[in-house]
Design a protein around this ligand. Structure first.
Ligand code: GBH
Length: 473
């Protein structure tokens, strides 16, 4: 972070993975090609009012056709790893049964290209694009969907297990459950708190069953992880009401996933807080053990901290950063108010505060000793524009990345075993409910021509990745 005297360059550990991340629906396009069927996002994006500007991922950044060029760009930037997701409806169009050869060929070509350039692929099986056919059958609130996910995991492992070592089951199941089925600001847009809690459990179960399927299908060198978005939640004051509000949000955002995944139990306080909503009878005996599959790494996605207070108002003010849904994504936390901390904000209006990342990394280092950590996403949106010479200067993003990498460095110095960092995102892309209006890329995309222009942050990050050193700020 900025200081009065320049700090010396600091080294990251040898072998630290320097990468960038994307997700299938946000970058691929090719929505109707090669036998791909609609996912819940194809359907949701067509409902008027759900996505800003009526944008869809039909074309996105056309990565489906430009992946070769994009891999060359990653190589030019000196990236050591690329985190991408597989589109489930591209490789298993009905969400059940046989694989699509065309779909798998696309990912085989992508992975082979990465390997040929010395870039390590990190494959996420599910980054929010459920085949619509499975949503029609009930989606994540139905237990059956977890079994379908395990079959899909098996099918992808069989096809790509010979060339991919780093596997991630789910990306941010909190968003799938609570934004998809609770607040309805993400696909499929349902607003039902019981459905949201059921979805959270079935995503946990999908993770456990999927991890077991991967383990069974993959050679010994495969490394399994999940990418969560744990909340760096703080009580606004030390009052008991505010501290209790923070505890509730921590249970609903983080421990609902990490307790079963890391320890094989659901948190007692979560069950108590939500007792008026559900009796959790959808959790069968043995499920927590299934979810508790041993992992090789925990992925942490971090953007901004959350500040909460207790309130007696049952319809509290809230900042959700997702286009302002009517319903809360926090079932059982009606009397929690969300606050914007003072200080710098990004174009998402999220505050810039790297201490949240430090806190999460050191927390999980303590909570799960021996489990390596990876920052699977971190980055910021800013209002980037090319100048008269076509150059995109994004000093705010460089400052954000520098401050957050410094937090990673401090966490490592304090004992956290952090193995890698993935910048979100390689490219500007489809930012979910915000469509193309928010730019998270290190590389600028001109959507009219699909031309890619590395921003100054990409050049800066390239230096960091090549040297393994964070320069003075
Ligand atoms: C990630 O989501 C996604 O993995 C990625 O696809 C996406 O493009 C990227 O980040 C940027 O958005 O205010 O109460 O709703 C991050 C989603 C945003 C979820 C902030 C939690 C705060 C909780 N996160 N949100 S609330």
């Amino acid at each position: 972070s900025p200081s009065t005297s320049p700090s010396p360059s600091v080294n990251f550990p040898p072998g630290f993975l320097w990468g960038a991340a994307t997700a299938a629906y946000q970058v691929e396009g090719g929505a109707r090609e090669g036998g791909r069927t609609p996912s819940i996002w194809d359907v949701f994006a067509r409902i008027p009012g759900k996505v800003l500007g009526g944008d869809t991922g039909d074309t996105a950044t056309d990565h489906y056709h430009r992946h070769h060029e994009d891999v060359a760009l990653m190589a030019e930037l000196g990236l050591g790893a690329y985190r991408f997701s597989v589109s489930w409806p591209r490789v298993q169009p009905t969400g059940r049964g046989p694989a699509s050869r065309h779909g798998l060929d696309f990912y085989r070509a992508l992975v082979d290209d990465l390997l040929a350039h010395g870039i390590q692929p990190m494959l996420t099986l599910y980054h929010w694009d459920l085949p619509q056919e499975l949503e029609a059958a009930g989606g994540w609130p139905e237990r059956e969907t977890a079994h379908r996910f395990a079959d899909y995991a098996h099918l992808v492992a069989e096809a790509l297990g010979d060339r991919v070592e780093l596997w991630t089951t789910l990306n941010e199941p909190w968003c799938s459950a609570f934004l998809g089925y609770g607040s309805g600001v993400h696909a499929p847009g349902r607003t039902d708190e019981v459905a949201a809690l059921r979805a959270a459990h079935h995503l946990n179960l999908a993770h456990g069953l999927g991890a077991a399927a991967l383990r069974a299908a993959l050679p010994g060198r495969a490394r399994l992880s999940v990418a969560l978005n744990p909340s760096a939640v703080r009580a606004r004051t030390a009052s008991p009401e505010d501290v209790d509000a923070a505890r509730r949000v921590d249970a609903l955002a983080t421990r609902i996933f990490t307790d079963p995944m890391l320890h094989g139990v659901y948190p007692e306080d979560l069950l108590a807080d939500t007792a008026g909503i559900t009796d959790w009878s959808f959790v069968y005996d043995g499920d927590p053990d299934t979810i508790n599959h041993p992992l090789d790494a925990l992925g942490i996605n971090y953007y901004a901290p959350t500040v909460v207070s207790g309130t007696t108002d049952s319809r509290p003010s809230r900042t959700d950063g997702h286009g302002g849904g009517e319903r809360s994504p926090w079932p059982g936390a009606d009397r929690v108010a969300f606050h914007q901390p003072p200080g710098k904000r990004t174009a998402m209006d999220w505050s810039v505060d790297p201490t949240g990342l430090y806190d999460l990394l050191t927390r999980f280092a303590r909570e799960a000793p021996g489990l390596p950590l990876v920052v699977t996403e971190n980055g910021a949106a800013y209002d980037d524009k090319p100048d008269g010479d076509g150059v995109v200067h994004d000093p705010d993003r460089i400052a954000y990345l520098h401050a957050h990498l410094d937090a990673v460095r401090r966490a490592i110095a304090d004992g956290a075993d952090v193995r890698g960092y993935f910048l979100w995102s390689l490219l500007d892309n489809f930012e979910w409910a915000y469509g193309y209006s928010k730019r998270f890329g290190a590389v600028y995309v001109d959507y009219a021509t699909q031309a890619r222009t590395p921003k100054s942050s990409a050049r800066w990050y390239s230096q960091v990745a090549r040297s393994g050193q964070l320069p003075p700020f």
